[in-house]
Ligand binder design. Structure first.
Ligand SMILES: Nc1nc2c(ncn2[C@@H]2O[C@H](COP(=O)(O)OP(=O)(O)OP(=O)(O)O)[C@@H](O)[C@H]2O)c(=O)[nH]1
Ligand SMILES: [Mg+2]
Length: 300
C-alpha cells in the first residue's frame, strides 16, 4: 500500500480531551490543556509523520452555542475545520455523555453530517478510565441509537491509561486516502514559537485562576530573542479590568511568579534551551468585544 495522508479534525464539546489526545499522539506538550472548558481558541495543526503516513491533526475549540462575539469566532473555527478535513474524529467525554448533557452534541453532529458522509466520522469516547466496562457498553449503545453510529466501531480512549490511542491511529490510517506529505517530516505544527509560547502561558492562567479570569485573558509575545544558549521572551498578559489585573499579579506578585515559572519550564522543554521569561499584565477594557484587537490576537 502507498503512503497515506490527510487532515483529521478532532472535534467535540469543550473539555472533551481533544488537545490532550493530540499531545499524546505527538508525544509532546504542544497544545494547551486544562480542566476548564474553552481552553483551545483557534485551530492548530499537530502533524504526525511515520514511515507509512502523515496525519495532520486539526485541534479545534470545543463546540458550544453561547452567543458572545468572541465565542462566534471559536465555534466558527471548529465548524470550518470539520468541513475541510478528510476525516472527523468526534470525541464524546465519557462521564458527560452518560448524562443528559449528551444532547449538547446534537447541533454539532447534525452540522457535520450535513457536510460529511457518515464513514468519514470516527466516533470516539474519551476518558474511558472514568467508566466501568458496563457503562462504556451502555454509552456505545446510546451513541448508536442517538446518532446512528455503528456500535462496534466506536473506540474508547484513555490518555493516562494509554488505552485505545494506538488503535485510533491505525483506524485513522486505514480510513485516510493515499496522498503526499503535506508538511516536512520534522514539522510538528503550523504555528510559530511565539504562538506556542503564548499558548503555554495562557494555559497556566487557565490552570491557576478561576471563574471569569481565564476567559478575560489574552497573551501576546512582544519580544523573542535567541541568544546562543538562552531564549529571552517578553509577553503581555491582557485582562479586561483592574480587579482582574490584581488577581493575575497576586499578593506580592505571587500569582504572576507562579504562572511565569510554570510556563518557563514548559517552554524550556519545548525549545530545548534555557529560557528567561518576563510577563507584564495590562488592562485593556473590554478587549473581548474589540474587533480590531481580536484580529491582532488572531481571534478574528
Ligand atoms: N481522566 C481522564 N482525563 C482526561 C483524559 N483526557 C483528557 N483529560 C482531562 O480533561 C480535561 C480537558 O482536556 P483538554 O485536552 O484541555 O480538552 P479539550 O477538548 O481540548 O478542551 P477545549 O480546548 O476546552 O475544547 C483536562 O483536565 C485533561 O487532563 C483522559 O483520557 N482521562
Ligand atoms: Mg483544547
Amino acid at each position: 500500500m502507498g503512503f497515506k495522508s490527510g487532515f483529521v479534525c478532532i472535534a467535540g464539546l469543550p473539555n472533551a480531551g481533544k488537545s490532550t489526545l493530540i499531545n499524546r499522539v505527538l508525544e509532546s506538550k504542544l497544545l494547551a490543556v486544562s480542566d476548564k472548558p474553552q481552553t483551545t481558541r483557534n485551530n492548530i495543526l499537530g502533524i504526525f509523520t511515520s514511515k507509512d503516513a502523515q496525519i495532520v491533526f486539526i485541534d479545534t475549540p470545543g463546540y458550544h452555542n453561547i452567543q458572545k462575539e468572541i465565542n462566534k469566532f471559536y465555534v466558527n473555527e471548529a465548524v470550518s475545520a470539520s468541513n475541510k478535513a478528510d476525516l472527523v474524529v468526534y470525541l464524546f467525554d465519557a462521564k458527560e455523555s452518560l448524562s443528559k448533557r449528551l444532547v449538547l452534541n446534537d447541533e454539532f453532529i447534525t452540522e457535520i453530517l450535513r457536510k460529511k458522509d457518515r464513514e468519514k466520522i470516527l466516533p470516539v469516547v474519551s476518558k474511558v478510565d472514568l467508566l466501568r466496562p458496563e457503562q462504556f457498553l451502555k454509552l456505545k449503545k446510546r451513541l448508536s441509537e442517538q446518532y446512528g453510529f455503528n456500535e462496534d466501531k466506536i473506540l474508547g480512549v484513555s490518555v493516562p491509561k494509554s488505552v485505545g490511542v494506538a488503535e485510533l491511529l491505525l483506524k485513522i490510517k486505514e480510513t485516510l486516502p493515499e496522498g503526499p506529505m503535506y508538511y516536512s517530516e520534522d514539522d510538528l505544527t503550523d504555528r510559530n514559537l511565539r504562538f506556542l509560547c503564548a499558548e503555554l502561558i495562557r494555559e497556566k492562567i487557565f490552570l491557576f485562576t478561576k471563574e471569569e479570569i481565564p476567559y478575560s485573558t489574552a497573551v501576546q509575545i512582544t519580544k523573542y530573542e535567541e541568544k546562543s544558549a538562552l531564549h529571552r521572551i517578553f509577553a503581555d498578559i491582557y485582562v479586561e479590568k483592574d480587579t482582574q489585573k490584581g488577581i493575575i499579579v497576586g499578593s506580592n506578585g505571587s500569582m504572576i511568579k507562579k504562572i511565569g515559572s510554570a510556563a518557563r519550564k514548559d517552554i524550556e522543554e519545548l525549545v530545548d534551551s534555557k529560557v528567561y521569561l518576563e510577563l507584564f499584565v495590562k488592562v485593556k477594557k473590554d478587549w473581548t468585544k474589540d474587533k480590531e484587537f481580536l484580529k491582532e490576537l488572531g481571534y478574528k
